[in-house]
Design a binder for this molecule. Structure first.
Ligand SMILES: C[S@@+](CC[C@H](N)C(=O)[O-])C[C@H]1O[C@@H](n2cnc3c(N)ncnc32)[C@H](O)[C@@H]1O
Length: 241
């Protein structure tokens, strides 16, 4: 990994801010995770003995949910941030988990391990790649999935126009403010978040049209968007048996 890459994702301020406030700023984060888990349970009714890869795992929150439901799986976690990986290690202490300090670019440049994973998932991470790199990543994931495997992604997507973006940012702010009000916290304190996100050059969201299309082009079947609220979406597809 290049030094500046590691530095970028090991930024302590970002890691602290994100892990402390993700539930308050990622719109309906708990619902998206629930939907993720329901789709996974539908696809893998036994949810046991699977090889599961979490790309951009952060502090391991998604894998931890799966692990708590069904620990009898092999969990593989990748992230560009060592600090995040250390938090994930703490969360998943004593489980069948392996952790790799890699960027997505490092990961897809590795030799393909064909049919390695049953389930590949990612949450709020792949939007840091531009569309060309997303396509390369999706193609690598497809090759590493077993036949019958599943890829699921929770990620912000780019609105189709400025007007649509205005509407979706308003929905995002309204949701954050409702939550703040309910918790007796200062309404409006996160109103700048959609614009901070928009102006951060590390965020390279692609549209919801482009990404499922890219997945289909890689060979994924039953590609769909299973949920979307404001810019936050859940989409994916499976590799046919
Ligand atoms: C917003 S956090 C999400 C973490 C976790 N998946 C969650 O849902 O809470 C994004 C994560 O993606 C990682 N990340 C961003 N760009 C990356 C890249 N190019 N390669 C690997 N990890 C990356 C960051 O280090 C960070 O942990």
């Amino acid at each position: 990994m290049k030094k500046d890459e590691a530095f970028k994702w090991d930024n302590k301020d970002f890691v602290n801010f994100y892990t402390n406030s993700a539930n308050a700023i990622m719109l309906e984060r708990q619902r998206s995770i629930r939907i993720f888990l329901e789709i996974i349970a539908f696809h893998f009714p036994k949810l046991s003995g699977l090889n599961i890869l979490d790309l951009g795992c952060g502090d391991g929150v998604i894998t931890k949910h799966i692990h708590d439901k069904s620990p009898n799986n092999n969990f593989h976690l990748i992230d560009a941030s060592e600090d995040m990986l250390n938090r994930a290690k703490e969360k998943l202490n004593n489980s069948n988990a392996s952790f790799r300090h890699l960027t997505f670019e490092d990961y897809y440049e590795l030799e393909v391990e064909k049919s390695k994973y049953d389930l590949v998932l990612s949450a709020n991470a792949i939007h840091h790649l531009d569309l060309i790199n997303k396509k390369t990543l999706f193609a690598h994931i497809y090759k590493e999935l077993k036949f019958g495997g599943l890829f699921l992604n929770i990620d912000p997507v780019q609105p189709s126009s400025d007007y649509s973006e205005e509407i979706q940012f308003e929905l995002w702010q309204n949701w954050m403010n409702e939550r703040l009000e309910k918790n007796g916290e200062e309404v409006g304190m996160f109103d700048d978040i959609p614009y901070v996100y928009k102006n951060n050059a590390e965020n390279k969201p692609s549209t919801l049209w482009e990404q499922p299309q890219a997945l289909s082009q890689c060979g994924f079947k039953d590609v769909d968007c299973f949920y979307k609220y404001s810019i936050f979406s859940v989409f994916g597809g499976r590799k046919e048996r």
